[in-house]
Design a protein around this ligand. Sequence first.
Ligand SMILES: [Zn+2]
Length: 517
Amino acid sequence: MQSQLRFAAAVCQYPPNRATWRGSAMGISEQGDTMADERATEKVEELSQLMRHIEAEMSALRRATDTGAPKRAPDVGDTSIEQRVLYLEELVSELFRMMRTFTHPEPQLEVHRGPADGIAIVVGHEADKPGADALTPPFQRDKHMSYEYFWNTELAKWIVEEATAANIRAKIFYRDDVGVTGAYKQVRAWSPKATVELHFNAASGTARGTETIYGGAKSLAWAETLQAEIVKLYDRQGKLNRGLEDRSNDGRGKLSVTQIHPSALIEPFFGDNPDDCNLAVEHKRRLARTLVRAYAKFTGVPFPEGAPEPKPAPPTPPPSGTEQPSPKPPVAPPAQDAPGAVVAAGPAPAPGPAVVAAALDTTGKPERFSDVFWQLAQSYQAMAIDHPHLKGVTLAQWALESGFGSTALAKEHLNFAGMKWREVMKPYATSVSYEAHDGREDYCKFASVDDFIKGFWARLDLMPPYAGWRDNAKTPESFIGFIAEIWAPKQNYEAKVLDLYRRMAEAGQIPSGLLVA
Ligand SMILES: [Zn+2]
């Protein structure tokens, strides 16, 4: 990334000069002998435009750095420097991609001849750079469904289903291979009446709400309609309606929202906030319908409200034979040692142990911690363990596994790590049976948070696959790096735990007693 940024910085010192670009375009064209003069002119125009985007973003980044703005502004995720750097990276890779089209033929466009019609849906990000990662649970971990790109690919398909049922023309466009500008070139050729790009937000974990991004007056009414409908769907009150953001001048999303009008980029919820995640999972199918309804309102075409809710059983959360429909999505502790998510208790679960003393002092409890997770953190501070410098990172691992102590397994059985039952765990736990979507599984049930902590560490010594972990316990990174693929294979577990650890530490969510080496 460094070299790309340096490249961008160097290029930005030359304000894009059409004659110069045109000269080089023709030069490349002569070498490659593939580009007609007219196409070269068009390319030069596109490149100049992209360079202006990059330049605006570079100077915004410089301004932000010069004024010593906080590295992370908790409630304005989009203006944080990290987000800007990510956006700049996206723009620079866009630039490289566009320069390649000088010498490579571009794919054929599907051109629509009639008047503009229908809704174009652009899926944000790309399969190999899939955007923000939402909390699992309640998002599904398998098939990468917690990432923006994969979550929104499914949403886009549902939007097309809803639109088709309402007799509305609709088509999905992807940024893979062709980038933002390539995707929107296809959108323009397809000639929609309105375009929406699908994303979700991420910031500090505490920020929540719905916002819509657009690029100037020609897209304002469409952005307003989308925002109003999504706000209604999630019943966003007060500050949770974060409103509209005009990004026609600079800021993340600018490249997307300035390609065609009317268009808008939606950020319906924050994927790193537990409450927002629950809303998102619960209402996903309805969000698809909501977006089509917004299109119908905006364009004045009829929308059959009376139609029954489309077929139930959305893949998220996974269906379960025994589960009752419930307003709260089932939170699924990820299966440990083997993939497969637990979605529901079998027979009525025994009432949870009275683990949380009535007088538990919650002073300083981070909002996202459940009471029992807060109690776990408190007890952990007081307890002596062999590797105290690993307390912080293991708390982050438990936060990831238990949704900050919100899963049934955590609340009822004090199992914060999705630990399956093994005979060797007898000194610490008893076995409890859960119905997972791929069959019944036995999990560890702990009588106290202290038993859980002791059992967690003992398990590493008791189970052969973890042999050698103590040789890798020097740092939080080496420890997680060692156990990750054993604990939860092929799930990008190491990166997820370390990323959450970093974010929790930055947000002050790891009690100081857990950070002492
Ligand atoms: Zn995004």
